[in-house]
Design a protein around this ligand. Structure first.
Ligand code: SAH
Ligand code: SF4
Length: 347
């Protein structure tokens, strides 16, 4: 809004024009300057000469048998990113990306196998909501946003925060931060910074292991911020009385799925306001890992439940179109382009 105010005053227009333009862009989601009929023609003309309204280009939409939609989007530089729309009975969820690729390189994640290309701009982050709206008009009142697509959001902090402000702004999308969930692999300084913001989404932490040895192997940034440091940051994160932190735990056969792991998890999370999402690994030919058996998954859940921890098993949505957690890789680009440089170490 401040940027728009500066531009309209430079053009000698009253400040309220900035508000009109902002509402046109983000509330009414107009994508052509000619449709800003509440602006005088000369102002429309000078904006259309100087600025282009660009949504990420939808290269392809994949529709799953379960109604999930995966969008392959192109952003500046010809990069491909993905977002996933998951319709449910009483709400819809859009999973959005924050980076092209990811530098964290988790052993179990297909996005982590890609080269980290660049951060998405705030416009490209909110542009994913606009691209969805352009394909399939969705009632924003029932839309939840999960920042769980490609990339580590807390490593693109400033653009992420600008995007969160645009999403939350009552003059724009008006999506309450309560309906936005940010998932992080555990960037401790980012969590501490987020804790001091005026707009704070729900928090999901990709814990995925109960010992530093295993977590170091699965999520290399654990060598920088250990489990103890991460959980300490979670404990000091200010939570509204009705909020709790979600701990995500990807279950991987033979690596983090033992009853001892479940018992250690109970201990680690003691005294926190939390719930646990158990995510059986979505296997992929790019990964040499498997999900545990159903029996083992249920046994793990049982131990948490016995200790009064809310623990849900997250069943994948959109698996037939590679839209499930950790599957986002812009694969269609991978097939078209020469192979991306493979990252170190994960074989
Ligand atoms: N970078 C952020 C958000 C994107 S990943 C983070 O790591 O939290 C979103 C979630 O998908 C994380 O909880 C991650 O642990 C999970 N995930 C990644 N690869 C997966 C896979 N192959 N199967 C199941 N879940 C996976
Ligand atoms: Fe990056 Fe998250 Fe995938 Fe890890 S799980 S590589 S942090 S996107």
């Amino acid at each position: 809004m401040q940027e728009l105010e500066a531009i309209v005053s430079e053009l000698g227009e009253p400040r309220f024009r900035a508000r009109q333009i902002y509402a046109g862009l983000y509330r009414h989601r107009r994508c052509d300057w000619n449709s800003f009929t509440d602006l005088p023609q000369p102002l429309r003309d000078s904006f259309s000469r100087r600025f282009r309204i660009a949504y990420p280009n939808t290269v392809r939409m994949f529709l799953s048998a379960d109604g999930t939609r995966r969008y392959l989007l192109e952003v500046a530089g010809g990069h491909r990113i993905e977002s996933v729309f998951i319709p449910e009975d009483n709400r819809d969820t859009l999973c959005i990306s924050t980076q092209v690729g990811c530098a964290v390189e988790c052993l179990f994640c297909v996005t982590g196998k890609l080269a980290m290309r660049r951060n998405l701009t705030a416009g490209e982050i909110v542009g994913q909501v606009l691209a969805l709206q352009a394909d399939r008009h969705t009632d924003l009142k029932r839309l939840n946003i999960v920042i769980m697509g490609m990339g580590e959001p807390l490593l693109n902090y400033d653009n992420l925060m600008t995007a969160l402000r645009l999403l939350a702004d009552p003059l724009g999308f008006s999506i309450s931060p309560r309906r936005i969930t940010l998932s992080t692999s555990g960037i401790v300084p980012g969590l501490d910074r987020l804790a001091r913001e005026d707009i704070v989404p729900n928090l999901a932490i990709s814990l995925n292991a109960t010992t530093d040895d295993v977590r170091d192997r699965l999520i290399p940034i654990n060598r920088k911020w250990s489990i103890a440091e991460l959980l300490e940051a979670c404990r000091r994160f200010p939570l509204d009385p009705r909020r709790r932190i979600t701990f995500e735990y990807v279950l991987i056969a033979g690596i983090n799925d033992t009853p001892e792991d479940a018992r250690r998890l109970v201990k680690l999370l003691q005294g926190m306001k939390k719930k646990v999402n158990l995510i059986p690994l979505n296997a992929d030919p790019w990964l040499s890992l498997q999900a545990p058996s159903e029996e083992r998954i249920l046994a793990f859940q049982q131990i948490l439940v016995q200790h009064h921890i809310t623990a849900c098993i997250r069943r994948p949505r959109g698996q037939d179109i590679s839209a499930a957690c950790g599957m986002l890789a812009g694969r269609e680009q991978q097939q078209a382009d020469p192979p991306l440089p493979q990252k170190r170490g994960h074989s």
